[in-house]
Design a protein around this ligand. Structure first.
Ligand code: TNX
Length: 539
C-alpha cells in the first residue's frame, strides 16, 4: 500500500470518527419523566440521554427462549409497521451492539417486586427490557410503545430516518392480578374484527382480562354444537331488531388466541338463570310451560328464567359449559346470575349451587354477579360486585374473592353527562373523574385489599352499535380503569392523572379513536422529550 493511499484511508477514518462523535453530540438531553405514561409506572428515573432507533436495528432475545422470541417478533412487527424500517429478530446470549433492542428473562437484580413486572432500560446505546417472565416483557413493550411520540401510532405518516427515545430506567409491576373490561356482544353483536380491536386497546394499557357477555335475552352469541338452535334462532337478532350474529367455534378460538398472544384471558359468560330469553326462544323444553317465547329485541331486564326444576335444564347447562370450557383455556367461567327477578329465591339458590358443581366438574372456577353470594359459595369462587354492597359483603364472609365493578364508577355504558347521546344513566352520570377517582380497597367498608382480585369495567351494549360507539364510551375512561388496576392507589390522584390523560390527545387522534373530549381534561399536545431543541447540523 502506498503511503499516500494509507494517508487518505487514515484521513477518511478520522473524518468518519469525528462524524460519529458529532452524531452522538447532536442529540440534546431528554427527560423521560416528562412523558405521559398510562398506567403510571412504579418508578421512572430519567438519565437525560437519547436513544435513536434507525433502520437496521434488530430486536434480540435470549437464545433458545421460544416464548420470548414471540415477544421479539411482536415488537419487531410493531416497530416495523410504525417506522417502515426493516427490523429483524435475532437470538443472542449477551447485550447486543449499539442501536439495538434486547429482550431478556434473565434478571440481574431483585428490584422487581412482582413476577408480572418488568424493567425497561434505555440509554444512548441500547434498549433493554428484562422481566422474570415473557408476560412482563410484553408489558415493558407497551411502555416502550408509549415512549415513542404520538405519530408513531399514525397509519400514513412522513417517513423518518430516526426515532428518538428518552433514556432512563423504569421499574414497574401491577397492583392487582385481575385487570379487566367486559364487552356485551349480546344486546348488539360485534364480530371478530371489532373484538380484536377492543383487545388491542386493553393490551395497550396492560389490562389482562376480556370478559365476554355471550348470552342474554336478546341474543345467544356462541356456537354450541349439541344445541344448534341457540345460535340459529337465538342468535338471529339483537336490540332494535337488527340481524344479530354469533361466533362460530373457530372464530371464538381465533379471539382466544389473539387475546392470549397479548396476555389477555377471555372470561366467557353465559348469563343464567335469568337473562335467558334467547335460549328459551330456541328450545321450548327449557321453559316451565314447555312453550318457546318470541325472540326479544327490547331492553327490559328481569323477565326471563330457565325452568330450574327441569332435569333437561341441567343437561343443557352441562353441555354448554362443557363446550365453552373446551374453547377457553382461562381458569374462569362466568355464570352471570344477575337480576333473576322471575326466579324464586330458593330456586335461584338451588340452581346456582348445581351449576357451580357443573362448572367445577370442567375444571373451571365460577365468577358470578354479586347476587350469587346467596348461594353456597366459598373461597374458590369469585363475586363480581356491581350493585349491592350487602351481596358483595356476604360473598366476602363466605370467603369468596371480589372483582370490583361498582356501577356508579366503573360502568362504561353510563353517560358522561346529560348531553351524552349514547349510553344509559340508571347508575348516574360517570364523568371521566368519577370513573377514575376511587380506590377498590376503600370503596366499600368491609371489602379489604386482600379480598379483591381486581377490577373490571363493563360495557353493556343496549345503545352501542358500532366500533365508533364503543370507542366513544371507553375513551377516555378505559385508560383510567387500567390505571386503577395497575397502579397502587398511593401513587394515584385525579389532578396528576388528568394531565397525563390530556397528553394522550395526539395519540388518540393518531390511532383514529373516536374519543369523548371531556371538558374536565386539559387536552394538549404532548411535550417534546428534548430538554433543549435539536440543533440542525450540517452533515
Ligand atoms: C344491569 S350489570 C345489568 C345488565 C344491563 C346493565 C345496563 C348487570 C349485572 N346487569 O343486564 O345491561 O344494567 O347498564
Amino acid at each position: 500500500m502506498s503511503s499516500m493511499k494509507s494517508f487518505y484511508i487514515a484521513l477518511i477514518l478520522n473524518v468518519l470518527l469525528m462524524l460519529n462523535v458529532s452524531c452522538e453530540k447532536k442529540y440534546p438531553p431528554t427527560d423521560m419523566a416528562r412523558h405521559a405514561l398510562i398506567p403510571k409506572p412504579v418508578s421512572v428515573e430519567a438519565t437525560h440521554e437519547t436513544f435513536v432507533l434507525k433502520d437496521k436495528a434488530s430486536v434480540f432475545y435470549d437464545s433458545g427462549n421460544e416464548a420470548l422470541k414471540k415477544e421479539a417478533e411482536y415488537l419487531a412487527a410493531l416497530l416495523g409497521k410504525a417506522t417502515g424500517f426493516d427490523i429483524k429478530v435475532k437470538a443472542s446470549s449477551a447485550l447486543p451492539s449499539r442501536g439495538n433492542i434486547f429482550l431478556t428473562t434473565s434478571m440481574d437484580d431483585d428490584s422487581l417486586e412482582h413476577e408480572d413486572g418488568y424493567k425497561l432500560e434505555i440509554d444512548r446505546r441500547y434498549v433493554k427490557i428484562s422481566a422474570p417472565q415473557p408476560k412482563g416483557v410484553f408489558y415493558g413493550i407497551q411502555t416502550l410503545r408509549q415512549l415513542f411520540p404520538a405519530e408513531f401510532e399514525k397509519e400514513n405518516k412522513d417517513v423518518k430516518e430516526e426515532w428518538f427515545l428518552p433514556a432512563g430506567t423504569i421499574h414497574d409491576w401491577p397492583e392487582y392480578p385481575y385487570r379487566g373490561a367486559m364487552l356485551d356482544v349480546s344486546r348488539h353483536f360485534f364480530g371478530v374484527e371489532t373484538v380484536k380491536r377492543f383487545i388491542d386497546y386493553l393490551a395497550m394499557y396492560k389490562m389482562n382480562i376480556l370478559h365476554l357477555h355471550l348470552s342474554d335475552d336478546q341474543g345467544w352469541r356462541i356456537e354450541i354444537e349439541s344445541w344448534p338452535n341457540l345460535t340459529k334462532h337465538g342468535g338471529s337478532t339483537e336490540v332494535g331488531g337488527g340481524p344479530g350474529g354469533f361466533f362460530t367455534k373457530d372464530e371464538f378460538r381465533e379471539i382466544v388466541a389473539y387475546a392470549s398472544e397479548r396476555y389477555i384471558t377471555i372470561v366467557p359468560e353465559i348469563d343464567m338463570p335469568g337473562h335467558t330469553n334467547a335460549a328459551l326462544a330456541s328450545y321450548p323444553e327449557l321453559n316451565c310451560d314447555g312453550k318457546a317465547p318470541e325472540l326479544y329485541t327490547g331492553t327490559r331486564v328481569g323477565f326471563s328464567t330457565l325452568c330450574t326444576h327441569k332435569e333437561i335444564v341441567y343437561q343443557f347447562v352441562d353441555d354448554v359449559v362443557s363446550e365453552i370450557s373446551e374453547l377457553s383455556p382461562g381458569p374462569w367461567f362466568h355464570i352471570g346470575g344477575d337480576e333473576s327477578h322471575s326466579t324464586k329465591h330458593d330456586d335461584y339458590v338451588r340452581f346456582v349451587n348445581r351449576v357451580r358443581k357443573i362448572v367445577k366438574s370442567y375444571g373451571k372456577k365460577i365468577i358470578g354477579w354479586d347476587e350469587i353470594a346467596h348461594a353456597d359459595i366459598d373461597s374458590e369462587d369469585v363475586v363480581q360486585f356491581w350493585a349491592r354492597e350487602k351481596n358483595a359483603l356476604l360473598g366476602v364472609k363466605k370467603g369468596a374473592k371480589v372483582i370490583m365493578s361498582p356501577s356508579k364508577h366503573a360502568y362504561m355504558d353510563m353517560k358522561y353527562d346529560s348531553t351524552t347521546v349514547l349510553g344509559l344513566k340508571w347508575a348516574g352520570y360517570t364523568e371521566v373523574d368519577d370513573g377514575y377517582s376511587w380506590d377498590p380497597a376503600t370503596l366499600v367498608e368491609g371489602i379489604e385489599r386482600s379480598h379483591i382480585l381486581g377490577i373490571e369495567a363493563p360495557l353493556w351494549s343496549e345503545t352501542i352499535e358500532t366500533l365508533e360507539d364503543i370507542e366513544y364510551m371507553i375513551f377516555p375512561r378505559l385508560p383510567g380503569y387500567a390505571e386503577i388496576g395497575w397502579t397502587s392507589s398511593k401513587h394515584r390522584s385525579w389532578d396528576e392523572y388528568k394531565i397525563r390523560l390530556g397528553k394522550q390527545k395526539q395519540r388518540f387522534e393518531a390511532m383514529g379513536i373516536n374519543y369523548y373530549p371531556s371538558s374536565l381534561v386539559p387536552w394538549q399536545n404532548e411535550e417534546d422529550i428534548f430538554i433543549e431543541p435539536i440543533e440542525k447540523d450540517n452533515n
